[in-house]
Design a protein around this ligand. Structure first.
Ligand code: ZN
Length: 385
């Protein structure tokens, strides 16, 4: 993760750069981060910045071997510790899940994490065994970088076990940096607090949240600022709001596809009548979702179901469709939807446009060879004009 990937928080980025440039990086930093403000994301970016061997002093290069590994969170000198559940559980047991959530949302909060590892109602915990594991890891020589970095997410969960780490945090081995990312100062042991340099990571501004949604999730400006106004600077909440939106889109989209597949005129006209009334922005948003679905469908066809970024229900539908839709048909659908987006932007008559698109999708799926012949004839006619 690069500093540029992180929404806002310019003062913190400037502070880190200055610390490194002046060679005054404390050996233990504690980010006091408002929920959803990006404390963990900043820790990941700072870690990569410190590990990079080709940086220009203000940014990591993003391309060296260290950057590549750090950006996938598999660098052997970048260690993570975070709350887990289960007796004697340690963070290392949960690294695959940890990398998964970081890849989808580094702005996550504790409940998202516990849900992701199936903790149900159990409380998370950084236990005695984990403290031992931290001590053990940092006592080893570094593997590939001269540095070692230990990111501890939510040291609030250390409880009294944290006292085991005091000596290490106070006098870590050479070239070792602790980055602790906390949300609640009152729940951190004073003995730990007093050994770290505090960096406050404030809640994001509404405009920053909105810009982040536009850049990272391709949400239209108006919708992005509407969401930003509801979440009080918490980007994690903002992402959830967009997922809700996306899942509403998914329901509508799957319904449309089912009707296109069956191809019953009455059902199609009914759908088109309802859809035409939604307005241009919503239609564009819907088409954007549709293209996202088909992109993931291509991933499903080529790389298999593990790589697909769709929710369960969508994935099931996609797997069903994969049996009847081949890559050339997929290409035809995608170019049809591209064309459809083009016409929506130019104010085409929505009822005619979407009825025609629906019928063509039906033909692509059900009467592929007839559809191809028709397309060939059309291009011949266009060519002879
Ligand atoms: Zn690099």
């Amino acid at each position: 993760m690069l500093f540029d990937d992180i929404i806002g928080q310019e003062p913190a980025k400037a502070l880190f750069r200055q610390m490194v440039q002046s060679d005054r990086l404390p050996h233990a930093l504690l980010f006091l981060s408002a929920p959803g403000s990006g404390g963990l994301a900043l820790a990941l970016a700072l870690a990569q910045f410190l590990l990079c061997e080709n940086g220009d002093g203000t940014n990591a290069c993003g391309e060296c071997n260290h950057c590549k590994k750090a950006s996938k969170w598999i660098h052997p000198d970048l260690h993570f510790s975070f709350p887990t559940v289960g007796t004697n559980a340690i963070s290392d047991h949960f690294l695959p899940q940890w990398r998964e959530v970081l890849a989808t949302n580094p702005y996550l909060e504790i409940n998202d994490w516990l849900q992701h590892i199936g903790a149900e109602n159990k409380q998370g915990n950084i236990n005695k065994e984990e403290c031992r594991s931290i001590i053990r890891k940092l006592s080893l020589k570094s593997f590939e970088s001269p540095r070692k970095i230990m990111v501890i997410w939510l040291p609030e969960y250390l409880g009294n076990e944290g006292n085991r780490l005091l000596k290490l945090i106070e006098e870590p081995p050479a070239e070792t940096t602790f980055i602790l990312v906390a949300e609640n100062q009152e729940l951190i042991l004073n003995t730990i607090l007093s050994r770290c340099q505090l960096v406050k990571i404030p809640a994001l501004q509404d405009e920053e949240v909105a810009a982040g949604l536009q850049q990272q999730k391709d949400i239209p400006a108006e919708k992005a600022s509407a969401i930003a106004q509801l979440v009080a600077g918490n980007f994690n909440d903002a992402l959830k709001a967009t997922q809700q939106e996306e899942s509403d889109q998914a329901v509508g989209f799957l319904d449309w596809m089912r009707r296109c597949y069956k191809g019953q005129p009455r059902e199609l006209v009914e759908w088109v009548d309802g859809f035409a009334g939604l307005g241009r922005e919503n239609q564009k948003h819907f088409l954007r979702y549709a293209l996202h679905f088909w992109r993931e469908f291509l991933v499903l066809k080529t790389l298999g179901p593990e790589q697909v970024r769709l929710r369960e229900r969508e994935k099931k539908t996609a797997q069903g469709m994969a049996k009847v839709i081949e890559i050339p048909q997929l290409e035809a659908i995608v170019s049809l939807l591209d064309e459809c987006t083009y016409h929506v932007e130019r104010n085409a008559h929505p009822k005619l446009l979407f009825l025609d698109t629906s019928i063509q999708i039906n033909h692509i799926i059900k009467r592929w060879s007839a559809y191809q012949q028709l397309q060939e004839r059309r291009s011949l006619i266009a060519g002879s004009r």
